[in-house]
Design a protein around this ligand. Sequence first.
Ligand code: APR
Ligand code: ZN
Length: 223
Amino acid sequence: MKIAILTGAGVSAESGLGTFRDVGGLWTQYDLNEVATPEGFARNPALVHDFYNARRANCASAAPNAAHQALAVLAASTHEVTLITQNVDDLHARAGSPKVIHMHGQLMRALCADCDARWNAPEVMSPQDDCPACGASATRPDVVWFGEIPYHMDEIAHAVATADLFVAIGTSAEVYPAAGLVELAQGQTLEINLEPSARANAFDDHRFGPATQVVPAWVAEMC
Ligand code: APR
Ligand code: ZN
């Protein structure tokens, strides 16, 4: 079976990485306009680097949880799995998922705003860093900010539209285009989340509960 999976921050919540819109979430602690927009970065690059340096450190000290591991087991099964994530952490890859499509980029990667070069981010990035390719002091985290175009959308849309099953896991479905992917699905659709998302009505089936419990149980049924 061709399965397209979209994950959000809820799949990494039990690894200790904060979500965005839950109680105490990142967007209740920080003003996303200051730390997750190109305009915010232009105004204060040091603040933005500090925000992502802290998240990068959290990510490096976090471990993949049973949900990440179960999705890696599914990828190794006879099913044809496309794993798409809104998350910028590297926990899916560290759990063993062979191919992860990061539509919002990756914390562990750096980008040069001048020449588009990408490289593995150092633990701590700063506005004084120079691009290793062109030498410009225009380095930024390789993450997609609000108002920017998510990565790999053609590949993502094709995977969702041609899947026998589209599964959204751990996302509030508040941010587009990720939240609109369910509309592209031609096969069955399943939402796995702690609670109904903003798009719950668009899904055929739902399983509610913590991802580390619900995802392994679902994968065990699929394999
Ligand atoms: N298990 C399953 N689901 C959970 C868990 C858990 N342990 N904990 C939280 N959730 C669910 C919440 O109920 C919520 O619906 O995960 C969802 C997290 O929603 P958000 O915090 O909005 O995160 P996400 O949907 O990934 O945000 C999408 O918004 O800010 C941007 O770029 C950012 O990629 C992010 C995008
Ligand atoms: Zn450059």
